[in-house]
Design a protein around this ligand. Structure first.
Ligand SMILES: [Zn+2]
Ligand SMILES: [Zn+2]
Length: 283
């Protein structure tokens, strides 16, 4: 008998919605980004070669499965389903609809081995820290779910050698700090990066900036980041890849010189830009 999947006890719909919500953007013929309220999901795969398969990255906000399926079917056609769902990490805003999606499509989920405790009901994330600076969104963060979901045997660890099942051109890069098993995805051939929350292009602590999606390079969302030294090393690692295009978990995609300059600035001024001036997880 199939094991029951469950969300955490504190799982709930959150009514925050940005101006980008419901919109999608094709960055490359096989790379598409779509905003669910305040978080981005990505689809890797060319709709003109749908039969070759495609992969979904992250699973949006709680209660967003209908919106995700609609976005998928708009891009890939009716009844299309991914070969797999990859998770950059297990925060509520990246796994919000995962159980409905797995039930609907019956596809495997992959995540980093170190993220599995948070995806199999074994461990809760450290509680969000409302004392970090940056705005009202940070203050409201205690409302955000942090209890683990349980995907049971539906979630599998990514291969340890950096390869990604079903995406031979891509590799995963361990970018911890925001969470222990956080990953980013990179394709060498055209230097495309899906950064997850390793860095984001909006100041995610500010409700105003989240709702208006004002583009601004930022470190990982402050209220949910627990290891700032690791977070710094992860940004340095991503900058060294010299990405030409980045889709981040929050904010609008960034490209070319703007991305190069912004990443350079983030690395140089990480203490100032990224790390909260005070907070539970700042030492
Ligand atoms: Zn996160
Ligand atoms: Zn996030």
């Amino acid at each position: 008998m199939d094991q029951q999947m469950t969300y955490g006890d504190d799982y709930k719909y959150l009514p925050a919605t940005s101006i980008a919500s419901g919109k999608g953007k094709q960055l490359l013929p096989d790379l598409y980004c779509h905003t669910i309220q305040i978080v981005n999901i990505s689809m890797i795969g060319n709709p003109h070669k749908e039969q070759e398969g495609w992969v979904l990255i992250d699973a949006g906000m709680p209660d967003s499965s209908a919106a995700i399926i609609a976005a998928v079917e708009e891009r890939f056609g009716r009844d299309s389903r991914p070969l797999a769902i990859l998770l950059t990490h297990g925060h509520f805003d990246h796994v919000g609809a995962i159980i409905e999606l797995v039930n609907y499509w019956d596809v495997p989920v992959y995540a980093h081995e170190l993220e599995l405790p948070y995806l199999t009901g074994k461990q809760a994330y450290a509680p969000p820290d409302p004392t970090v600076d940056g705005g009202l969104f940070a203050k409201l963060s205690p409302l955000f779910p942090n209890e683990p979901i349980n995907l049971g045997h539906h979630v599998k660890p990514l291969p340890s050698d950096g390869t990604i099942p079903m995406l031979p051109d891509w590799r995963w890069i361990h970018t911890p700090g925001h969470t222990p098993g956080h990953i980013s995805l990179f394709r060498e051939a055209d230097r495309s990066l899906i950064a997850g929350d390793a860095f984001v292009t909006v100041q995610q602590e500010s409700i105003y900036k989240v709702l208006t999606q004002k583009q601004e390079i930022s470190g990982p969302p402050k209220y949910f980041t627990t290891d700032w030294e690791q977070a710094r090393q992860s940004v340095i690692k991503l900058q060294a890849l010299k990405p030409s295009l980045a889709i981040t978990g929050h904010g609008l995609p960034m490209q070319d010189q703007a991305l190069t300059d912004s990443l350079e600035e983030l690395v140089q001024r990480f203490d100032e830009i990224a790390i909260p001036t005070s907070g539970k997880y700042v030492h």
